[in-house]
Design a protein around this ligand. Sequence first.
Ligand code: ZN
Ligand code: ZN
Length: 417
Amino acid sequence: MVHRKLIVIGIVCVAFAVGYYLAAAGGFGSDTAQADPSKASPVKALAEREVYYPGTEDLAPDEMRVTACGTGMPNARPKQAAACWLVELGNGDKFLFDIGTGSAERIAAMKIPYNYLNKVFIGHLHSDHFGDLDALYCGGIVANRVVPLRVWGPNSIEPKYGTKVAMEHFEGMLAWDIDTRMGNTDTRGAFLKVTEFDYKAVNKIIYEENGVTIRTIPAVHIFDGAVSFILEWNGLKFCYSSDTFPNKWWIEHTKGADISIHEAFITPESLVEKQGFTPEAALNVGTQIHTSPAQFGKVMAETKPRMAVGYHFFNDFDTAPQVLRDVRRTYDGPLALAVDYMVFNVTKEKIRVRMAAVDEDIWPQPSTIPLVPPDPSLQRTEMSKDMLSGRVVHKDILKEIYAEINEQYGSNAKVPE
Ligand SMILES: [Zn+2]
Ligand SMILES: [Zn+2]
C-alpha cells in the first residue's frame, strides 16, 4: 500500500516536471497547451535556441564572439583540431589566434567570407599552433580571399627559430602551389604580410587598428620564442595563452579579463593510461612543459576572469571529469572546458556559452570584393612540351561542353586550340 502511494506520487511528480519543462522550453507551450494532442501538433518555432548556427546571428555593436576552432592536442583526431580561436567583434573585425592542424575546416564552417579571415596571430611555431596556415593561405585564395594574408608571430634567440624565417620557408614550400595559380585565377590574395615581433616584449602593442589593441607577453614553453596575446576592444578584454607554463606575465597582465583562454593540459594519468607515457615523462610533459589542470585553476584563481576557459586536452567522457576534478582543487569561479565549436558571446552584461551546429555541406562564401579575371601576364609557370604532348584532347566533347555553358550563361568562350 505504501509502495503504491509512492509510485502514484512519483508519477505525478514526473508528469508535473515534464509539463513544466515543455512550458519552460516554450515549444509545446502556451498557445497549444489547450489543444487536443491527438489532433494538433505545434507549428510555432521555439522562443529560444540554445545553439549557434553560423552566419545566422547579428553581432551587436558592443559584442564579442569567440569560437573554438581547435581545442585539442598535437595528435590529430576528428573530434578536436589543434589550437585555433576565432574572435569576431561588433565593429566587424575578425582575428584568428593560432591555426593548428585540422582547424581550417572549423574556420570554414563559420561561413565567413575569406576576405575577413586575413589576420592570424601565432603564439609559437609548434605545428599544433600553425599547422593549417597553408590551408588558410592557399585554400583561402581558391575560396575567394582577394586580400593578402597577414601573419603576426614572435622572433626567437636566433633568426632561424623566428616567424619571419619560418614564413620564408613556408612560402618556398608553397612555390608550386602559388606559382601554378598565378595567371589562372584571381590571385590578389596570394601574398603574405608577416610581422615578427620581440618575444620578450612585455605587454607591448603589436596591433592597433579600428579601436582594437593587441598586446603580447612572453610565454614560458620549452624554448624562447613563445608568446601569449591580449586583445582589448570596447572595454572588453580577451586573453589567449597559446602554450605556456604558469608565468608572472600572464598573472600580472590578464587580471580581470572578460574571457581568459589558457591551456589546461591533459592529466598526467591520461598520458600514462592513454598514450603509454612513463610516469616520469607524463609528469614532465603534463606539469612542466604544459600547465596541468590544477595549475590552470591556480592561475585562474589569481587572475579572476569573468570566464575561464581551459583547452588543449582531449575532452572526452572519461578525461573531462579528471580535468574538472583537478581544476576544482584550486579554482571555483566561472569555467568552460573547451571543445571544438564552443561559442562564447561576450558583452559587459553577460557571457553566453553555447555550441555551434555546423553544416558539413558548406561552400565558401562569395568574395566581398568583386573578383577580377585572371591576368595572363602574371603567369609564372608553363607546362613543358613533353607534358603537353601527353594531352588527349576530346575536341568534340569539349565543343559540346563549351556550347552548353555558353548557351546557359550567355557567354562566348571558345575552345582553346
Ligand atoms: Zn607548443
Ligand atoms: Zn600546443
